[in-house]
Design a protein around this ligand. Structure first.
Ligand SMILES: [Zn+2]
Length: 288
């Protein structure tokens, strides 16, 4: 599932290749990926110039010259593929899961492709986008994201810290891959209650979240199976994952086998030696 580094990789390529181009035609092959009606979507986009491409959390955001915003939530398997004209031949055969095709001018084609179609394309006015953005938590790579901001997002909840990190309202852009990797780097057990983290834990976790996201952006994201950059290439960060998807593999730090558990319905991966369980929770268990 694309997370912040994958969305950022897409944004950087589209910023280079799509900014300044005009949307000439919109072909909607699977309207179920649209948040609104297909007719309104087509009408709102045709003839509009892409002024700027940005990112908010896991969303790729195209700002149009009309002041409106096309927000793309990639869901599980969404891809945005950009090719210059000429590469458009046999699109249907090459991309059997194309859901929306944008013809851009000067000559290029932008395809939203989504095998499972859990992604969403929303065309919003400025106020609608601001309201949507306000529901998301802070951007972890923004200079304003401090350890105190992270602490505020985790405080007061006894839910597992791994699950809290996935909550887009508490922190934008982090999903299961980078939540697990950040907790490993910070040596924090994924099942520890958010409210149990000490200031030292918070500082390490804050640093770990930022460092793993930066490294993954540098590696152009992680491809487990479906993620592709706009040129169709996989991300390069998967070989650098320390714990995610690696149960049974030796911990790169201590050699103990990485363990998988399930927290709130989703896999968590950790090193049982480097990431000990919450000392206060086990103390409580002894007391009880
Ligand atoms: Zn270890």
């Amino acid at each position: 599932m694309p997370e912040l580094p994958e969305a950022e990789t897409i944004v950087r390529v589209l910023r280079e290749g799509a900014t300044g181009r005009t949307i000439r035609r919109v072909r909607i092959l699977h309207p179920d990926v649209l948040a609104g009606s297909a007719a309104a979507f087509r009408r709102g986009l045709r003839g509009r110039r892409i002024r700027h491409v940005g990112r908010r959390g896991k969303n790729v955001v195209l700002h149009l010259d009309s002041g409106r915003v096309l927000a793309v939530n990639l869901g599980m398997t969404g891809r945005l593929l950009l090719s210059e004209r000429g590469a458009r031949l046999n699109l249907a055969r090459r991309l059997p899961h194309a859901a929306v095709v944008f013809d851009l001018e000067p000559g290029a084609i932008l395809v939203y492709d989504d095998i499972r179609r859990f992604g969403r394309l929303s065309l919003l006015d400025a106020a609608g986008w601001a309201a949507h953005s306000a529901r998301l938590g802070p951007e972890p790579l923004d200079p304003s994201f401090t350890p105190a901001a992270l602490a505020a997002g985790l405080a007061g909840s006894r839910a597992p810290v791994r699950s809290l990190l996935l909550d887009q309202g508490r922190l934008a852009g982090v999903g299961n891959i980078y939540a697990n990797e950040a907790l490993f780097r910070a040596r924090i057990h994924p099942a520890r209650a958010g409210s149990s983290l000490e200031p030292g834990d918070i500082r390490r976790l804050h640093r770990a979240i930022r460092s793993v996201l930066r490294a993954a952006i540098e590696g152009r994201g992680t491809t487990i199976r479906d993620y592709r950059d706009p040129g169709g290439g996989p991300g390069g960060f998967a070989p650098r994952l320390a714990v995610y998807g690696r149960d049974g593999v030796p911990c790169p730090r201590c050699g103990a086998p990485i363990t998988r558990t399930v927290l709130r319905g989703r896999s968590a991966f950790f090193c049982p030696v480097c990431q000990p369980p919450d000392p206060t929770a086990s103390g409580a268990a002894h007391a009880a």
